[in-house]
Design a protein around this ligand. Structure first.
Ligand code: SAM
Ligand code: DTB
Ligand code: SF4
Length: 344
């Protein structure tokens, strides 16, 4: 009988990280027979991570709605007519309560999102208080606040922020069809400021917005050819929200989504790939295939920012069925065993 290894020993065998992927090479991966692609992705996944461990983050919207940007997918844009409850910046005590619940439910990272084009320096003072309080609970912190200057990024780093989420969302070619109020270059500039400040980068995109295969290929090329691979790569499946321009767009074939995860894993073998928004619409089988293809992180908790996510019990049952453990695949085996000893 096969005994599951209790501790993972990565071999980091012979793969060197590349930042010069061509569109032809990435297209070639997408054109592989499904089983060949998944085998390649899964083999690489095993070289770098324990395939039975999935990192768990919890999301909280700290400022909801009335956003001046025009992102076509987003319920929070003031230009869209989605039926959401707008909220001003949450008070600190509420954030601490939510983070404590997330920690008690096994999350290792707490991500706070704000519907801003960019934070003002006053906004940032408040968010910094939140980061410090969440860090003090022993959770990793992530925030997503829109565009940042170099100075703001340094302030967040000094506050102890672990990750900054800022997505490229789609290919440079399709981008103008989805967002007009900020440019692709604005996003790349923010990513550079975050990287230079020494904060881990969380950067990915959304699949299922009516893009062509070539746009998925081009988005993944952008991500993989950044000067450094993002430590965390969220791959979101569009959550279609009524009242947004993308509501009603043709849905993506689930197997094409799985292939996108597999190619992300191959291009960025050391990054944690998050099976991000859209899990409510995915079957357990589709999620299992995504984990096999190299996804090793999820958001857990029954709400994302404004839309729903599978309830925690459902995720627990799925993890049990798959023999998946909730951990931090970004930690060394020693740190993981110390972490699990601490929580026992
Ligand atoms: N306002 C900030 C910004 O846009 O940078 C932070 C919050 S924003 C909601 C964070 C990310 O969530 C977006 O970049 C997008 O990738 C993702 N997102 C938003 N709405 C989504 C939806 N309906 N389906 C899938 N992903 C979505
Ligand atoms: C990311 O890539 N996905 C998360 C997080 N980063 C901030 C957001 C998903 C939002 C889904 C739509 C909603 O709940 O409003
Ligand atoms: Fe605003 Fe972010 Fe939504 Fe775009 S994705 S509308 S910037 S909250």
């Amino acid at each position: 009988m096969y005994n599951k290894p209790t501790l993972y020993k990565p071999t980091h065998a012979m793969t060197s990280l590349r930042h010069d992927w061509t569109l032809d090479e990435i297209t070639g991966l997408f054109e592989l027979p499904f089983n060949d692609l998944l085998f390649q992705a899964h083999s690489l996944h095993r070289e770098h991570f324990d395939p039975n461990q999935v990192q768990v983050s919890t999301l909280l919207s700290i400022k909801t709605g009335a956003c001046p940007e025009d992102c076509g997918y987003c319920s929070q844009s003031a230009r869209n007519t989605a039926d959401i409850e707008r909220e001003r910046l949450l008070p600190l005590h509420e954030v601490i309560e939510k983070a404590t619940i997330a920690r008690n439910n096994g999350a290792s990272r707490f991500c706070m999102g704000a519907a801003w084009r960019n934070p003002t320096d006053k906004n940032l003072d408040k968010v910094i208080e939140m980061i410090e309080a969440v860090n003090a609970l022993g959770l990793e912190t992530c925030v997503t606040l829109g565009m940042l200057t170099a100075h703001q990024s340094k302030r967040l780093k000094s506050a102890g922020l672990d990750y900054y989420n800022h997505n490229l969302d789609t290919s440079p070619e399709y981008y103008g069809d989805i967002i007009t109020t900020r440019t692709y270059q604005d996003r790349l500039d923010t990513l550079e400021h975050v990287r230079e400040a020494g904060i881990n980068v969380c950067c990915g995109g959304i699949i299922g917005m009516g893009e062509q295969d070539s746009d998925r290929i081009s988005l993944l090329q952008q991500l993989a050819n950044l000067p450094k691979h993002p430590e965390s790569v969220p791959i979101n499946m569009l959550v279609q929200v009524e009242g947004t321009p993308l509501h009603g767009v043709e849905e993506i074939d689930p197997l094409d989504f799985v292939k996108t995860i597999a190619v992300a894993r191959i291009l960025m073998p050391e990054s944690v790939v998050r099976l991000s928004a859209g899990r409510t619409e995915m079957s357990d089988e589709m999620q299992a295939l995504c984990f096999f293809a190299g996804a090793n992180s999820i958001f857990h908790g029954d709400k994302l920012l404004t839309t729903s996510n599978p309830d925690e019990n459902h995720d627990r049952i799925l993890f049990d069925k798959l023999g998946v453990n909730q951990t931090r695949p970004d930690l060394t085996a020693e740190a993981q065993s110390a972490q699990s000893a601490q929580s026992n």
